[in-house]
Design a protein around this ligand. Structure first.
Ligand SMILES: Cc1cc2nc3c(=O)[nH]c(=O)nc-3n(C[C@H](O)[C@H](O)[C@H](O)COP(=O)(O)OP(=O)(O)OC[C@H]3O[C@@H](n4cnc5c(N)ncnc54)[C@H](O)[C@@H]3O)c2cc1C
Length: 413
């Protein structure tokens, strides 16, 4: 390769491996644990649990139930439940919310025990090369892999509505930018959104000493009801069956039938992934916000501009006169939208060869994209397999399926 080539190998021969996993969140770690169990030659790259440790508010509780918040590994019980029992942490499958710190401590313990070989360097370039792949790591070292599993999670896909984008980061940020809320003490902050992230942030901001306003398009803020403990009646089991995505018949179907979901027409799949379970918060967040912050439901942002170091929002609420709001900072808790083009570390030639539905990759039954040997797991796979893949609960399905296929096609590779 020429000296100007961004993929130039700095020195020595590159390392050659069968499989490279990019990302060490719940999906990357679970896939690694399963590949380990099947004796596949692999390397896994990335900082363990980086999204959860850096981009979620301290003090947060998980939205998913305890039983649905385990990483997946073959063999003995490696669940969150057994971690909590071993460490004397109060646990219940349904009624005790899981704290962010318990979940990240559990996942880091999982990594140390089951994926000790994790290489914590980030992958800065991925390109196809000689029928396989070339990965460049953050320190310049290059690795060649026959196959690559992209388990890069959600962080590339944070979504801020266009109307807010021109205001600049000093005045508008995405919810994922705030691990600590201390900088907002005594400030006037407007949170946009109606989902759990928005409510969680609004509660945290209020408790930090900020003046908080929540702006949402929805007619009301929806809180899920407190989970029922003990056995459910037959009618409750039929009407609201339990599932890894929470109670409900549809959620149960999306958990049980991801292979069937794959056969739905693409526009319907994408619509379901976008809308299923949207905006709703766990029951325990209600007392932390209601009556404590200003809630403006049924309001949509029409325009935003920055004057005199404040953001001026014009909101419409269906009435002839728009409402104006002046605030120090706007936080968009408006979620994540997969767009393959945002994965800039993938060389454009390779990115352009990945067939998509909408802006999500089209995947085979084994999570393989249209480019042979390139797999996607986690949120990017939700467009194919449904809402299950947006949550930790989907790690079992994805890790089993991907590792099985990779092990079975080892010789062919
Ligand atoms: C506020 C909030 C609360 C949530 N609560 C829940 C919940 O209660 N239950 C639930 O199931 N889900 C929840 N989710 C969704 C959750 O994010 C996903 O379920 C989960 O993170 C998916 O795991 P993942 O491994 O796909 O992604 P991630 O956790 O995002 O992990 C991906 C990893 O890949 C790494 N990575 C990315 N690019 C590279 C690269 N180039 N090189 C190396 N490493 C790289 C990242 O640093 C990261 O560590 C929540 C999301 C948010 C934003």
């Amino acid at each position: 390769m020429s000296a100007g080539n961004p993929l130039r190998e700095p020195e020595g021969a590159p390392i050659l491996i069968d499989v490279a996993i990019v990302g060490a969140g719940p999906y990357g770690l679970s896939i690694a644990a399963h590949l380990n169990g099947r004796g596949v030659d692999f390397r896994v790259f990335g900082k363990p649990m980086a999204t959860w440790l850096n981009s979620m508010p301290q003090g947060m509780f998980l939205k998913s139930d305890g039983f649905a918040s385990s990483l997946s590994a073959p063999g003995r019980d490696h669940s969150l439940r057994s971690y909590c029992i071993r460490n004397g942490i109060a646990y219940d499958d349904y009624s005790i919310p899981v704290s962010l710190s318990t979940f990240t401590d559990y996942a880091l313990d999982f990594q140390r025990r089951l994926v000790p070989e994790l290489d914590q360097r980030d992958v800065t370039v991925l390109a196809s090369m000689d029928g396989g792949y070339m990965l460049r790591l953050e320190d310049g070292e290059c690795v060649h892999a026959r196959r690559v599993v992209l388990a890069v999670g959600i962080s590339y896909f944070d979504y801020v509505p266009d109307v807010l984008c021109p205001s600049g980061r000093q005045f508008v940020s995405h919810s994922s930018a705030h691990r600590s809320l201390e900088r907002f003490r005594d400030m006037d902050v407007t949170v946009v959104g109606a989902g759990a992230s928005a409510i969680d942030l609004a509660a945290g901001l209020h408790e930090t000493g900020a003046r908080v306003r929540l702006v949402a398009r929805t007619p009301a803020i929806h809180f899920a009801s407190m989970p029922k403990t003990g056995a459910l009646s037959r009618w409750q089991r039929i009407r609201h069956p339990r599932s890894g995505l929470g109670p409900g018949l549809r959620s149960r179907l999306y958990c049980e039938l991801p292979d069937v979901f794959r056969y739905l027409p693409a526009p319907l799949r994408l619509m379901i992934v976008r809308r299923h379970l949207g905006p709703s918060s766990p029951w325990y967040l209600r007392p932390r916000v209601m009556g404590k912050i200003t809630v403006m439901t049924n309001h949509e942002i029409e325009s935003a501009d920055v004057r005199d170091d404040r953001v001026h929002l014009v909101l419409c609420n269906g009435k002839p006169e728009p409402v104006t709001v002046s605030t120090d900072h706007v936080i968009a808790a408006t979620g994540y939208r997969v767009d393959l083009q945002r994965l800039r570390f993938i060389e454009s030639d390779l990115r352009d060869r990945i067939r998509t539905a909408g802006s999500m990759p089209r995947l085979s039954a084994h999570f393989e994209s249209s480019v042979p040997g390139l797999y996607f797991a986690g949120l990017a796979a939700a467009g194919t397999f449904g809402p299950l893949l947006r949550f930790v609960y989907g790690t079992e399905f994805a890790a089993q399926r991907i590792s099985q296929h990779i092990a079975a096609t080892r010789k062919a590779a």
